[in-house]
Design a protein around this ligand. Structure first.
Ligand code: ZN
Length: 200
């Protein structure tokens, strides 16, 4: 923790001291893209995309879950997405799952989550149980296939947001489903034409 405190203490001089970019932030933010991903510490959106402060509007949840749009039962995730599209007017949303995801892996393997009732509740509402076909023993440590299926499923829910579907229809918003390998740094993108993930 000491290292974290030292870094935060030095941040103004390290990043903002002579950097006019930070001073401009007093006037507001104009991020060009929204990045939705898992809370996992191995996934660092700004590092991965090479952008600095003010450029990515981030939403991070356990398992990069996108809840179905239901304003009667609004969640933080719904509000964040709506704000990004309707107020900030982001031109793109990147929805990024990752290899070795604990949340998706737990669902795919059918792990016993009784000691984690909040995690169990969140995932059971939002993630379909293990989709039949593959043997649980064949999932592999990276759980690549379940994660990729999961990203596509979350993207379909994202398309169900009125603000998103309207912006996509009007050509104001692009949607991108990514899969990130935490152990190689490689990124793959979902190709709608083939349904497969391939290198960016
Ligand atoms: Zn994860």
């Amino acid at each position: 923790m000491l290292r974290i405190i030292d870094q935060a203490r030095a941040f103004p001089s390290r990043y903002g001291g002579e950097e006019p970019a930070l001073q401009g932030f007093a006037g507001g933010q104009r991020p060009s893209a929204m990045f939705i991903t898992c809370s996992d510490s191995r996934v660092v959106p700004t590092l991965l995309t090479g952008v600095g402060p003010g450029e990515l509007f981030e939403l991070r949840t356990a398992g990069n879950v996108v809840p179905p749009y239901d304003p009667e039962h609004a969640t933080s995730e719904m509000a964040t997405i709506e704000y990004a599209v309707c107020v900030l007017g982001v031109s793109d949303i990147i929805l990024c799952g990752h290899s070795h995801c604990g949340a998706v892996g737990a669902v795919a393997r059918g792990d016993d989550l009784r000691t984690l009732p909040a995690v169990r509740g969140w995932l059971s509402r939002s993630v379909p149980p293990h989709e039949g076909g593959a043997d649980v023993g064949d999932l592999g440590p990276d759980v690549a296939r379940p994660v990729q299926r999961h990203v596509v499923t979350q993207m379909e829910k994202l398309r169900g947001y009125p603000c998103v579907s309207e912006a996509v229809r009007d050509g104001r918003l692009g949607l991108h489903a990514w899969y990130y390998e935490v152990h190689t740094g490689a990124v793959q993108a979902h190709q709608i034409a083939t349904g497969a993930f391939s290198s960016l």
